[in-house]
Design a protein around this ligand. Structure first.
Ligand SMILES: Nc1ncnc2c1ncn2[C@@H]1O[C@H](COP(=O)(O)OP(=O)(O)OP(=O)(O)O)[C@@H](O)[C@H]1O
Ligand SMILES: [Mg+2]
Length: 463
């Protein structure tokens, strides 16, 4: 044993972390064995005739994310930064899941100690006291149903409780606070997180109990604890927001039983998280304002779902040798590419301008179909001419100044029409997708086609 300040591997200083060597092999109790899993060899064909059972959570935003509902024995890791609303979301889900029991077989009359019918939920909190959880529950209006609370951080006691209550769903808030009594590391250490998660996973998989693990996210955005946690669970959900006050977005990072492209959108209020099924309407609610220069609207598609997206751009004279380019919610490199393309093909010069771009509502999107909308907002701010308020911009912009075709044009146009837009600037040659959507389409081939009306005014002024 000797003291080391420098890593012999990468030669970096002060990067070594102390780890407790945990010998768990001799402490392995008999109950750890995996024999509860079926070790029979079966023909896949025989299994595939079995019907897939999915339990809907009852929150449509969550169910869409989960591919229709939770699978028995599914282990979900919900991670997010402090205070985003993880505990709130889980309490609301627990309420829905345990409430489902009431509408079931009238089983709610059974005494607590006996075997619970499907629908009972065990909420284990290692971070808050019973009275804190219950006061939040009161605020959220959680009352009915078989929802059991336990404030405990000792894994063995949690496991005892699972055996006693026999819940169909276990929520652990959070994985970083529990400890395995046979390990010496402190709660939240790599060994503890890994072993506690693995132990709970074994129990819940063998009992076909749905397990939610809540996890903290570090300042860097990584999940606190080992990466292996993400590997062993079935689903990893990240709860995030760009700006604390507006929308909260739930994203599936990994999903063994459903899509990862879908997102769930919520708004935090006093009564807890409200689902925003109609995000477009959420933006259109602020639509009353007069058309302003630097603002344009487009429709992006996340998963299978169209989202009306408001783009804001601000172009101002620069005071710096190197003009500033700031982009929130969209890719900076992509935006620079669009600026260059516009400079070349529209003859607008950005070299003495600071450029700021923002997707309203704290959304972070990657959809290239927003390109044309971003260009519209930029040109509009540059020229100080508002884009027509009833027009939506859809199209991918290339380096050659061309407006390229985009996927899901039909879905996007229908969404725009539903929300009340009258005209849509769309890529040329996509007429097949634009029939019967109830919106006037203005096909354009390139940037000049799309923005000649904004540029014309320039010539008029000069003339
Ligand atoms: N009375 C209230 N009215 C409106 N919003 C509230 C109220 N009380 C709490 N909130 C919101 O709930 C959020 C905290 O929710 P919650 O405790 O579920 O977060 P968390 O992700 O579990 O946090 P932690 O990481 O600390 O456990 C606060 O950031 C706040 O926005
Ligand atoms: Mg919490």
């Amino acid at each position: 044993m000797k003291w080391l300040g420098q890593c012999p591997g990468c030669e970096e200083w002060n990067t070594l972390a102390e780890e407790v060597v945990e010998s768990i092999s001799k402490a392995v109790p008999k109950t750890r064995s995996l024999t509860q899993f079926s070790s029979e060899v079966v023909l896949l064909e025989r299994l595939s005739s079995q019907k897939e059972i999915r339990t809907p959570v009852g929150l449509s935003e969550m169910d869409r994310l989960m591919g229709g509902g939770l699978v028995p024995g599914q282990v979900v890791l919900l991670a997010g930064p402090p205070g985003i609303g993880k505990s709130t979301l889980m309490l609301q889900i627990a309420d829905k899941m345990s409430g489902a029991r009431d509408s079931g077989l009238g089983a709610s009359k059974k005494p607590v100690s006996s075997l619970q019918p499907p629908g009972s939920v065990l909420y284990v909190s290692g971070e808050e006291s019973l009275s804190q959880v219950s006061s939040r529950a009161k605020r959220l209006g959680v009352s009915r149903g078989a929802l059991y609370l336990l404030c405990e951080t000792d894994l063995s006691k949690i496991i005892d409780a699972i055996h006693k209550v026999q819940p169909s769903m276990v929520i652990l808030d959070s994985i970083q606070t529990v400890y395995h009594p046979e390990l010496t590391g402190s709660p939240g250490s790599v060994g503890q997180v890994r072993e506690c998660a693995a132990e709970l996973l074994r129990i819940c998989k063998s009992r076909e109990t749905i397990l939610f693990l809540l996890g903290h996210v570090t300042k860097e955005g990584a999940l606190a604890g080992p990466k292996v946690l993400e590997h062993i669970v079935d689903t990893v959900l990240y709860f995030e927001t760009e700006r604390q006050h507006l929308l909260r977005v739930l994203r599936a990072h990994k999903n063994r039983f459903g899509p990862t492209s879908e997102i769930g959108i919520f708004e935090m209020g006093e009564k807890g998280l409200q689902e925003i099924a109609d995000v477009s309407q959420f933006f259109v609610a602020r639509e009353g304002q007069a058309a302003k220069s630097g603002r344009s609207l487009s429709v992006s598609v996340e998963g299978t779902r169209p989202l009306l997206t408001e783009i804001q751009a601000l172009v101002t004279p620069t005071r710096y040798a190197l003009p500033r380019r700031m982009v929130t919610g969209f890719d900076l490199n992509r935006t620079q590419l669009l600026l260059a393309s516009m400079e070349k093909h529209l003859k607008v010069h950005w070299d003495n301008r600071d450029v700021f771009v923002n997707l309203a509502g704290g959304m972070r999107l990657k959809d290239p179909a927003l390109d044309l909308g971003i260009c519209a907002a930029l040109v509009s701010s540059f020229r100080e001419v508002p884009v027509p308020a009833d027009t939506i911009y859809l199209g991918e912009v290339g380096l050659l100044g061309d407006v390229g075709r985009i996927p899901f044009l039909n879905i996007r146009l229908k969404e725009a029409a539903r929300v009340g837009f009258k005209k849509a600037v769309v890529p040329a040659h996509s007429s097949k997708e634009t029939v019967g959507v109830g919106i006037e389409v203005l096909p354009v081939e390139n940037l000049m086609d799309a923005f000649s009306h904004l540029m014309k005014k320039l010539k008029g002024e000069e003339g």
